[in-house]
Design a protein around this ligand. Structure first.
Ligand code: ZN
Length: 91
């Protein structure tokens, strides 16, 4: 797997934090926050996910992965998607 900071590394160095979802705006309805917090698409196609290089630089990044084949298509920094946060909690 490719870390945007360190380059290609063993898949055992990484931790997946699940599907990426755009964080609701401040003051968004409770329904939007519940969907953001608890609901996942969980489909077998290509998914955008949060990943942590837990045994390396400890940076959060995003990766596109084909769930059915477990093939990582690409990885990149959250800001490249316009994501203001640096991790899955929006911090
Ligand atoms: Zn790294």
């Amino acid at each position: 797997m490719n870390c945007p900071n360190c380059g290609p590394r063993s898949a055992y160095e990484f931790h997946c934090a699940g599907e990426y979802q755009k964080r609701p705006a401040q003051g968004a309805p409770e329904r939007d926050w519940a969907r953001y917090r608890y609901f996942r698409k969980n489909h077998p196609g290509e998914e955008l996910e949060w990943w942590l290089h837990s045994k390396g630089c400890r940076c959060w990044f995003l990766a596109r992965r084909v769930v059915a084949s477990n093939q990582v298509v690409c990885s990149f920094w959250p800001h490249e998607l316009g994501e203001p946060g640096t991790g899955p909690g929006g911090s």
